[in-house]
Design a protein around this ligand. Structure first.
Ligand SMILES: O=C(O)COP(=O)(O)O
Ligand SMILES: [Mg+2]
Length: 226
């Protein structure tokens, strides 16, 4: 990896730190079956994740050919089901826990920038022991814009008083890479998450990796922190 001068890291959540698609898919299936549609498999619904919960519900409804006039009801069914259980089927990806612990030990500033609705974040971060790592947590509905817009990343840079070029955006989706590129940040794309079935290399991040295991060691040797 060739990252230089990194003073802070912004991590994406779904598909990057947390394999949350099984719980998202289960809640989607509650919504679909309650509205009289067939449930879908996890492999399909994970391709709908990435642009926030309203888009996830809309993509599921379009697939099931449900009338858009039932959207409000569908959204409530989905969010109620996800609020009831957002973590029992989800798992941290391999290497995430040791990488975050090592970066934290190094004193690296870390933020979470997800497109997931903010109300679901406190319990998820607690359930997976992530809450202490992030000095800033932004959901998809925290600010006026969400990824791929650069605003959340620029907000983090402003809070930390660092230049965008000193921020590393780490994510699994083209939304993360595009937000990073638009902000002027450095970008790391992960190969294992949810990217609409596309390889993350097609979005041209500065680097591509299969996991986070080596990130902490490499940043420790080449960078200073805020
Ligand atoms: O909620 C989504 O659509 C995706 O969330 P993410 O930004 O953490 O990948
Ligand atoms: Mg993601």
């Amino acid at each position: 990896m060739v990252f230089q001068g990194i003073k802070g890291i912004a991590f994406d959540l779904d598909g990057t730190l947390l394999d949350s698609a099984p719980d998202l898919g289960a809640a989607i299936n509650v919504m679909l079956t309650d509205l009289g549609a067939e449930p879908v498999c996890d492999q399909l619904s994970r391709q709908w994740v990435g642009n926030g919960m309203p888009k996830l519900v809309q993509r599921a409804m379009a697939h099931a050919k449900l009338c858009s006039s039932t959207y409000e009801q569908a959204f409530t069914l989905f969010t109620d089901a996800y609020a009831a259980d957002s973590s029992s089927r989800s798992r941290l990806y391999e290497g995430v826990a040791p990488a975050l612990a090592e970066l934290h030990k190094q004193g690296m500033a870390m933020a979470l920038i997800t497109n997931k609705a903010a109300r679901f974040l406190p319990s998820l971060l607690a359930d997976f022991d992530l809450a202490d790592y992030f000095s800033i947590v932004l959901g998809g509905d925290t600010l006026q814009e969400k990824k791929p817009h650069p605003l959340p990343l620029l907000h983090v840079c402003q809070q930390w008083q660092i230049k965008p070029s000193e921020l590393l955006m780490v994510g699994d989706s083209k939304n993360d890479v595009q937000a990073g590129q638009a902000a002027g940040a450095q970008t790391l794309g992960l190969t294992y998450g949810y990217n609409y079935g596309e390889h993350i290399a097609l979005s041209n991040p500065d680097q591509v990796a299969d996991n986070l295991i080596e990130l902490a060691q490499q940043l420790a040797s080449t960078n200073q922190h805020v």
